[in-house]
Ligand binder design. Sequence first.
Ligand code: IVH
Length: 687
Amino acid sequence: MKSSSGESEKELAEVRQRIDRLRQTIREHDYYYYVLDQPRITDAEYDALMQELQELEAKYPALIVPDSPTQRVGGAPLTALGTIRHRYPLLSLANSFGESDLRDFDRRVRQGVGEAQYLVEPKIDGLTVALVYENGELISGATRGDGEVGEDVTQNLRTVRSVPLRLKEAVPRIEVRGEVFMARADFERLNQQREAQGAALFANPRNAAAGSLRQLDPRVTASRRLRAFFYQILYIETQEPAALRIDSQAKALEYLERLGFPVNPWRYHCSSVDEVIEACREGELKRDELPYEIDGMVIKVDSLAQQQQLGVTAKSPRWAIAYKFPAQQAVTRVEEIILRVGRTGVLTPTALLQPVRLAGSTVSKATLHNEDIIREKDVRIGDWVTIQKAGDVIPEVVKVLKERRTGEERVFQMPAQCPECGSRVVRLAGEAAARCTGAACPAQLREGIIHFASREAMNIEGLGPAVVAQLLKAGLIQDVADLYYLRKEDLAGLARMGEKSADNLLQALAKSKGNRLSQLIFALGIRYVGSRVARVLAEHFGSLDKLKQATYDELRQVPEVGDKIAASVVAFMQEQQNQRVMEKLEQAGVNTREKVTAPTEPQPLKDKVFVLTGTLSTLNRKEAERLIEARGGRVSSSVSKNTDYVVVGEEAGSKLEKARALISSGKAPSLQIINEEEFKRLIELPK
Ligand code: IVH
């Protein structure tokens, strides 16, 4: 007997077997590499296995399954992340900062349950995720969100290689929680790449991990090398829960390991609070040697029965506490104090330091906030100082080591003129900030354009500080609107701007024209109008034109808009130069209207083209069409290179053939062939 595509059943069976074998081998090597951190084959050998699998799947697309390792590359981008309501809310942890906090915690625990054993684990500095598996298969993954409702990042999590797509045991249902993070080395590499492309840098590995996971494009996530550790089983549904004998946190971690999850091997079993304190000290000593960042240790009562007994408060469990490491400090010398001019003209004094290692990176600058703080701390040029970095903020000067003064130190003077444009510097009554009064200050202009392009504003990829400075220097732009009149020839002359980057930048600019009105309003950089107020204004006025004409009184009617904001908006709109810029933006085709908000139904399949072929067993064709259309998709009667999904039922015929031919010829890069079950999964998302 011949199958529809011409191979004999026997050949097909062999292919199927080879594909299964390849998938299994690749999964094993993923596990050695990403979970155990002990690769058994070289990268080249791994790539060869993957390539063979990809080729076979391209030739036999009907054999592609969602949990194939090839599917980790990430599917088509989404238009918005859906949401997932957590079955049990994600709690947070109470914090402790020193020995006495830990002793208090221990006392409370012992009052509740008598003697207790503890498990102490490193607190990974990443972002929390909650994954649900059914019959051993990953079915959903969500971020923490507000604890009750998180973002649906299932498609993105599927690209994270240490996240198992299928568990080693087919547990009927289990929800686990863990932390997704980026290793320091991967973070450094990513930022180097971004710097070369002129893209905005991530402040720290945690932000980079969050930006990479909370992404509309799973392919971006796939390229970012995220990792994960899991540490909690929320619930487990199985025929015989008792048989698993998970009665402690330690056993829960062992069970997670057995299922194939990456679990941090570093943990301490402690039988007294003294041992807990010791473990926390050791954690602090070890933190800099780790390839990833931790921001503390987590202390948990080990026995699950005791955990139950202790229970939870509204926000956090009584059986666990986080021990936060103190901010890390270093000693170095202030070589100079410079002023940075912000987009609103504020002059921020910044200490240039003799470079020093601190918390895993090299620090050469620290913020001094403002003139008063310099006076208060009495920081002078040439001083030896202690600096510290708390969390992910810019390092700051804690104190001056006055005993090391030689008498050569110089007192800092706020200049009377802006260092960038020479305009007068003023300090308004009641304000700590000194400001440049120059309306045409090039530094303010530069910072304003950087702000315009930033992620929360117009989100123009590839338009970072370096590129903005180049464009200004070359005289190619004078204001933000000029960005939209750049031509490829203009960009070609710039240093380090290849043809590809130029194309990408122009594309990013074109794309940003379609941004929401709120993004544009925020991007304009009106004083006191942050991204939240911008959203409120966009919703209230509906168009830039209406906002331009709004009077002070009308603005005051808007919830959340106070006196300062209303006055600032009116002043901005009256300024002739601003009016010109807005006009130029409109002429360039930048969207200045609030889009009518999407229909109440989520539209995860917006603009996706479906073709149905064969008979579906549980849906009739009309129902299927209605389901697709309700989610924003379209149904077409014939397969072409514009088709996104061919849904294959029983006795599918020539449409399936055509789809296969298109895929194997590479002519339809986004075309996928799916069966009824996969289709149902697709239309149910987001939950
Ligand atoms: S246990 C009920 N263990 O720290 C909460 N949390 O403020 C149980 N975190 O975002 C959390 N490493 O995701 C636990 N080994 C660890 C952790 C850990 C990092 C995160 C957690 C949460 C935050 C708690």
